[in-house]
Design a protein around this ligand. Sequence first.
Ligand SMILES: C[C@H](CCC(=O)NCCS(=O)(=O)O)[C@H]1CC[C@H]2[C@@H]3[C@H](O)C[C@@H]4C[C@H](O)CC[C@]4(C)[C@H]3C[C@H](O)[C@]12C
Length: 323
Amino acid sequence: MCTAANYITKDHYFGRNLDLEFSYNEAVTVTPRNFVFNFRRVPPLESHYAIIGMATVADGYPLYYDATNEKGLSMAGLNFPENADYKPEADGKTNITPFEFIPWILGQYTTVDEVKEALKDLNLVNIPFSEQFPLSPLHWIISDRDASITVESVKEGLKVYDNPVGVLTNNPTFDIQLFNLNNFMSLSPEPPENNFSRALGFDTYSRGMGAIGLPGDLSSGSRFVKAVFTKVNSVSGNSESESISQFFQILGSVAQQRGCVDVGGKYEITIYSSCCNTDTGVYYYTTYENSQVTAVDMHRENLDGSELASYPLVKGQQIAMQN
Ligand SMILES: C[C@H](CCC(=O)NCCS(=O)(=O)O)[C@H]1CC[C@H]2[C@@H]3[C@H](O)C[C@@H]4C[C@H](O)CC[C@]4(C)[C@H]3C[C@H](O)[C@]12C
């Protein structure tokens, strides 16, 4: 399971929790403008927008999980098992494989509106990267500062949903996730009113009672509600420190602790949490065992180059001793 979100203070932030029981050697990876993106069924992008994000680099190709381009457009892939359905190659369509989807979008577009237009001709084609990296059942959130969408390739075809909450988790399909929020409209960060019965007297004996009923379990339906509630009620100052702290707190509200989600003798954990300032191109992250924020600034790389720059994750606590 995973959770992705965007958030605006003065700048726009985008990031995710990557929840899994193992890792694919992901690294913060900058793709400069002249790295040639080859695609299986469409012509290569020889020059394009620069991209920063988390990726597994395989055979020299950045397999992005989540990323932002130099114009601030951002995108993340999240698990969507049993629902994702990729198609055979289709004539007259732009046939893009799921592993090419992030580079293809972020390489050429700057806004969600442009992406919506491009998606009209898109076919997510069922070609795996390799035997070692087969097709992953994913759906995606794509955000700019003004809007977000969710893209799902399902049995009936490619669905593009407006995502007014700027949050994505996993199953079920996004329309159901969004509809489910109706059930929580009475939750509030304020103390509750007595709507139960005028005949009874109630005591607001604890702070936080306005949100009693907010799900706290780690299922994707519950994480969706919890993350939306936390995000839409979040209050943050505009400084970079306040903004990224608040963003990591939002992700922390739906993080997974080792032992709580048993996936058959192994435990799903939040392997990393990321937060990219999409205006400055700085990608911040923490890992399960490293609560210190580490960052990579795309603009410190030669963005006119043609070689990937990859930074292996700093794992393990970085403890600042005070005496
Ligand atoms: C599994 C990851 C999503 C996290 C998540 O939702 N996990 C929950 C698992 S479950 O529902 O509870 O079973 C996804 C996100 C990005 C994915 C990776 C990226 O798409 C990049 C490549 C793509 C290749 O096709 C497969 C390997 C891979 C390296 C993918 C492996 C895996 O599917 C990743 C890491």
